[in-house]
Each structure stands twice: as C-alpha cells, then as structure tokens.
Design a protein around this ligand. Structure first.
Ligand SMILES: Cc1cc2nc3c(=O)[nH]c(=O)nc-3n(C[C@H](O)[C@H](O)[C@H](O)COP(=O)(O)OP(=O)(O)OC[C@H]3O[C@@H](n4cnc5c(N)ncnc54)[C@H](O)[C@@H]3O)c2cc1C
Length: 379
C-alpha cells in the first residue's frame, strides 16, 4: 500500500482507456493509482475488425503506449470475479488486484456460435484465414444486415470479388443506417445479394422468407446481436436481462457507490440512457464520464448525470467508399448524408479520431468533450 486511492479499470477498450487516461491525468492524480486490466497485447481498434476479417487490413492492434497515459499501470490479464464487499478482483494467472474504486468496461462479444464472426481479434483472424482459403466461386453467407453485416460483406467483396456473397436477414436492409438507398446501390455494385431469410446460428443453414431451406454456404459469418461478458452477473452484481451491469445516470451501480461502469457492458437505467446504443460513439463519452464521477466523489462533489448525444452514424463500404448519416442527439436520422468516396473519406476520419481522442486525453486529460444528449437539445 502506498496510501494512494486505487482505481481499477476492467477492460482496455474505448471506454476503459478513456476512463483510465482521464483519471491518470487529473488534478487528483498524484493521490490516485490507476490500474487497467486487459488481456490484450495491445489496444484493439475494434471498429476495424471487419477489415481484418476480410483481409483488407493486416492488423487492428495499436501499442498501449500510443493510447494510454504513461502513469496507468497495465496488467495483462482477464478479470475472473469481482468481490464487491472485499473490493478485490481475481485475475487469471496473476495476483488479484484491490480497489477503492472500480470501473467496469469489459465491452461486448459474440453470441455463442460455431460460425465465423468478426467481434474480436481471434475470431476475425480465423475468418480471414477461411475467406483467404476459399476457391473461386465459393458461396459466402453473411448473417445480419445491420452495420457490421454490411461492412463485412463489402470488405469481403473487395478482397475476394471472385466469391458469391449473400447478406441474409429477416427483412433485408431495414436497419435505419443500412436501409439508405445509397447503401443498397453500393452492395449491388459489389455484386452482393441481399436476401430475406434467417440463418441458423448453429448450422449456418438458411431458411428464406418463402420457407425454402438450403444448407450452409462454404463460409457463414454471424454478425447478429452482441453478447455481454458474464463477469458482473457471475460476481453477483445487478445486471439487466442480457447480463449488462446496471448503472444509474452517473454510471454508478445502485447501492454500490464505489463500482461504476461504461461502454457496451453496461445498461444505463432511466431517461439519460434510453437512446444509447452499443457503440464506440457511446463508449468514449461514457468512459470519460465514469472517470468524472469518481473524481467528483473524491473531491466531495455530487457527480453529474450523463448527457450524451450523437452526431453521426458511419458505415465503411469498402475500398474507400462509405456512408455517413447525420443524426440528431437522440440518434434519429437527419436528412443529410454523405455517400460514395466522400462518405468513405469521412468515415475514415471518424475512425482515426477515436484514436486521436484517446491519445490526446492521455496527453491533456480533460480535453475530450462530446455533444449533449437529447434532453438538453430538445428543451
Ligand atoms: C466489426 C465492428 C465494427 C464496428 N464499427 C463501429 C462503428 O463504426 N462505430 C461505432 O460506434 N461502433 C462500432 N462498433 C462497435 C464498437 O466497436 C463497440 O461498441 C465498442 O468497441 C465498445 O467499446 P467498449 O470499450 O465498451 O468495449 P470494447 O472495445 O469491446 O473493449 C472491451 C475490452 O475489455 C476486454 N475484456 C473483456 N473481458 C475482460 C475481462 N474479464 N477482464 C479484463 N478485460 C476484459 C476486452 O479484451 C476488450 O479489450 C463495431 C464493432 C465491430 C465488431
């Protein structure tokens, strides 16, 4: 013990790194010791995993030193349980860590499936190897026509134009972002078919909307829905039906003032969180806010409620093409959108900005700001 306040951040994704950086560089930093627990050898740019899976990008790793404040201690391990009473986190293969404050930011993963997918580096690499090994003319099914399904379909079509790619979803392109006609045109130009139907998560077989069944394609990629790690649930912390840690508008677990959460792994109760979607665009400001809540309490101040709004939704449509949709703070679409190469350029700038924000927060903590949420802008 060095007499410092110990803040442990679980998960080094967009939310966890942002939280750790803000804490480590704060005015209270000399009295605070920040530990980030993450099993990765580097930070993963998760929003580019579809490119890794398709083979249009070699890697998605960024050195921790590039994004993490130098005063943050990185423990390369996975949390296996949280003892909220004793304030101890048990870690895989290394000594447990003790905390005074805990920020839970373990992100999201794949629904269990034997099919190929893109949600983490390991499965994305397996997908990449499988796609690379397919013979010309082989069939590929992408299960899901949301942003991830469309992004991975385009990336595969760009890397392997000789494959026959079909995106399958119950009602085709109906996600608010992928339903834009410009997206359908891009898929058509890339030779990608969109089909109404359902893919079996176990076998990859397809049942079309008219009831016709066909066996699995040579490669089937699952991009439907996300699963949350069960760490909070298995540790007896309050969770939502889908195992996300329940937090209030200050991102604190009700009744557990010393435990907070941010990013995909949490469910924010009440109005302030109603419009939030699992995304990098939510994880970054949530991570910053979780740190602010800890800092406020350390300073004896009452923490603020989150107030997070959205500006854009973006899609990478392969080979420098993209689609960027302006949205209102509550995430509903505005009229303005950028398509084609202009959209691809804008999407790439947004991806780069995520790293810039993390790195800048490491150098000048407190610099990251985000638009206000719907409650503020509407009234
Ligand atoms: C292909 C793809 C494209 C995407 N594109 C976009 C996009 O364009 N825009 C957008 O906003 N969002 C996008 N997303 C979603 C976005 O990546 C996630 O919403 C975002 O990464 C969530 O951030 P996070 O910090 O909550 O979690 P993550 O980024 O998932 O980070 C969580 C970290 O916690 C670690 N971890 C997990 N369990 C433990 C444990 N027990 N102990 C310690 N560490 C643990 C993980 O290894 C990981 O490093 C995309 C996702 C995918 C898969």
């Amino acid at each position: 013990m060095n007499g410092k306040t110990r803040v442990v951040v679980l998960g080094g994704g967009y939310a966890g790194v942002m939280a750790a950086n803000r804490l480590a560089g704060s005015r209270q930093a000399p009295a605070v010791e920040v530990t980030l627990v993450d099993p990765g050898p580097h930070f993963t740019e998760r929003i580019r995993l579809h490119q890794l899976a398709a083979g249009t990008r070699d890697g998605t790793g960024v050195d921790w030193a590039e994004v993490l404040h130098p005063q943050v201690r990185h423990v390369r391990s996975r949390a296996v349980s949280i003892d909220a009473e004793a304030r101890i986190v048990a870690l895989a293969h290394v000594e447990p860590v003790h905390f005074d404050w805990l920020i839970y930011a373990v992100g999201s993963g794949e629904q269990p499936t034997p099919l190929l997918s893109v949600t983490d580096t390991t499965v994305a690499r397996t997908t990449r190897d499988t796609i690379a090994g397919l013979p010309t003319g082989a069939t590929v099914t992408i299960a899901g026509a949301g942003p991830t399904g469309v992004e991975v379909a385009c990336a595969v079509a760009v890397s392997r134009p000789d494959l026959s790619i079909t995106v399958v979803a119950p009602a085709g392109l109906t996600h608010p972002l992928t339903a834009h006609p410009a997206v359908a045109r891009r898929l058509h130009r890339l030779g990608i078919t969109v089909e109404d139907g359902r893919v079996d998560r176990g076998t990859g077989a397809v049942t079309t909307a008219d009831g016709h069944c066909r066996p699995a394609a040579r490669a089937v990629l699952w991009t439907v829905g996300l699963a949350t790690p069960r760490l909070a649930a298995d540790s007896g912390l309050p969770v939502s039906g889908d195992a996300r840690l329940m937090v209030d508008a200050t991102l604190t677990v009700p009744g557990r003032e010393r435990i907070l959460g941010a990013g995909d792994a949490v469910a924010v109760q009440g109005l302030a969180g109603r419009h939030l979607r699992a995304s990098c665009a939510s994880a970054l400001p949530m991570g910053a806010h979780a740190a602010d809540t800890v800092l406020a309490r350390l300073a004896g101040r009452t923490p603020d409620a989150i107030d997070i709004g959205y500006l854009l939704q973006c899609l990478d449509l392969g080979a420098g093409h993209g689609h960027v949709q302006a949205v209102r703070p509550d995430d509903t679409a505005r009229r303005w959108a950028l398509a084609g190469r202009a959209g691809g350029w804008a999407k790439e700038q947004v991806c780069r900005m995520t790293l810039t924000w993390l790195a800048r927060e490491a150098r000048s903590p407190g610099s990251f700001t985000w638009p206000s949420g719907p409650a503020v802008s509407v009234h």
